[in-house]
Design a binder for this molecule. Structure first.
Ligand code: AMP
Ligand code: ZN
Length: 463
């Protein structure tokens, strides 16, 4: 099926035509590991995880190569270490571990390649030397700067006039710059800051050069898809594009540039650490929201639209997942059903995703499918099992394992209440107080909870 994706560079939906369909390449700018990620940071991780699943569906799992970098050298990391006294290596290691654990809880699979800035310094130095040799960068006072006026294509991605870009980027006016728009590729480090030896002295890279160097090193000169949050359009991606194009004699860095919108907290305010309005994934889990609910909530809006993050959204999403799992639970005993994989996904869901990753349309189609299954099942129609299979497979394509489960998704409070009631009933049974044990069971039945006594103890599910 043809995949169409909105390309920020062309400002239209472009057909994805991989340079090599046997090796489809995607690079997404990953986290700067200075503090624990929030649910807003998870939006690009989840969105591009869905895209990766779609690419695998279309081209085969073995033919998709996905890289997401770790920015483990940055002024914010140095500042965090200075403020807390925790060594830099410890901050970056634990933050990366948290990131992988938190994204894993949302069903995000690790990328195929996770290049780290600190282990890609030689590639960055080589690219800087190339840029200097080609007249697109220059060294000055221990710095290396990209010469923005040397690249006529600068601004093509974010489509801003140069003066606005200078103001927008709050580019430092420094005496060693030839033009105020020039940006830093390398800067000096003091003795107490991390750094590497270079032809321009002891120093460290600026942020933008790392992605250009790591894309070339890990995936190649021109990749198929490059993604990230919309705040990365400028200056980060504009600068990556300039560096790579100039280093590679005009070859494009990426065919398609994709950017996700922000996750907002009330009145269109972006969730961000600096605004102090963040929620981390463990915090949300502790409030009783399972990773699957968070994932589906993140997919409820189209990725380019803003997403308002509210309690109401989470409650609605939980209801949706509960109703979907009820559908699969009815087919728990079907053999084909348990061996299902994403390649059997319903064509309507696939179609929605091939249209610029239209997840709201995919979710609407899932609701329709769930209804179809229920109806066919009521009529005892043989088709029911087949629809249920493509429904569950489509869930996998979205990264949701809608496996039949005895216990529907419940919040932790409800779970604690039921567990306490079961413990009380066990105590009553041990004391041969059958009246009390029956009373507790009846109370739970009235609340829609069915108990099942088995060899391994008592389990429960929603009626
Ligand atoms: P950072 O670690 O700050 O560099 O951000 C990592 C990624 O998260 C980048 O792609 C950002 O664009 C993205 N991001 C940060 N905040 C939000 C938000 N509130 N909503 C959506 N994406 C975000
Ligand atoms: Zn990047």
């Amino acid at each position: 099926m043809t995949i169409r994706l909105y390309n920020t560079l062309t400002r239209r939906k472009d057909v994805l035509t991989p340079i090599d369909p046997a090796r489809v390449t995607m690079y997404v700018c990953g986290p700067t590991v200075y503090s624990r990620a929030h649910i807003g940071n998870a939006r690009p991780a989840v969105v591009f995880d869905v895209l990766r699943r779609l690419l695998r569906h279309e081209y085969g799992a073995a033919h998709v190569l996905y890289a997401r970098n770790i920015t483990d050298i940055d002024d914010r990391i140095i500042a965090e270490s200075a403020a807390t006294g925790v060594p830099i290596g410890e901050i970056t290691r634990r933050t990366e571990d948290w990131y992988l654990a938190d994204m894993g809880a949302l069903g995000v699979e690790p990328p195929d390649i996770a290049p780290h800035a600190t282990t890609s310094i030689p590639a960055m130095l080589a690219m800087m030397e190339t840029l200097i040799a080609k007249g697109h960068a220059y060294a000055a006072q221990g710095h290396v700067l990209f010469d923005v006026p040397s690249f006529a294509g600068y601004g093509a991605l974010s489509r801003r006039p140069l003066d606005e870009m200078i103001a927008g980027a709050r580019v430092e006016v420094a005496p060693y710059k030839k033009s105020p728009a020039d940006f830093v590729l390398w800067k000096p480090s003091s003795d107490d800051q991390p750094g590497w030896d270079s032809p321009w002295g002891y120093g460290r890279p600026g942020w933008h050069i790392e992605c250009s160097a790591m894309i070339a090193e890990s995936l190649g000169t021109t990749i198929d898809i490059h993604g990230g949050g919309q705040d990365l359009q400028f200056p980060h991606h504009e600068n990556e594009l300039a560096q790579s194009t100039c280093a590679h004699d005009g070859a494009a860095l990426a065919q398609i540039w994709m950017h996700n919108g922000f996750l907002n907290m009330g009145s269109a305010e972006k969730m961000s650490k600096s605004l102090g309005n963040i929620q981390t994934i463990p915090e949300l889990q502790a409030q009783g929201w399972p990773g699957e609910v968070l994932r589906l909530a993140l997919l409820s809006a189209h990725y380019r639209q803003p997403l308002e993050w509210t309690q109401d959204l989470l409650q609605q999403t939980r209801k949706t997942l509960d109703s979907w799992c009820e559908v699969t639970t009815a087919f728990a005993s079907c053999q084909e059903f348990s061996a299902v994989d994403y390649r059997q996904a319903d064509v309507g869901v696939v179609e929605a995703l091939t249209n610029d990753l239209n997840t709201p349309a995919a979710i609407a189609r899932m609701h329709a499918l769930a209804n179809d299954v229920r109806e066919a099942d009521q009529r005892r129609h043989p088709e029911a099992e087949q629809i249920a299979t493509s429904f569950r497979a489509a869930g996998l394509l979205l990264g949701l394992d809608l496996k039949p489960r005895p216990v529907a998704i419940v919040d932790s409070q409800e779970r604690a209440r039921v567990d306490a009631a079961i413990a009380a009933r066990n105590a009553a049974r041990a004391a041969k107080n059958w009246a009390e044990s029956d009373r507790i069971r009846a109370e739970l039945t009235a609340a829609g909870i069915v108990l099942e006594d088995g060899a391994g103890g008592t389990t429960w599910r929603r009626a």
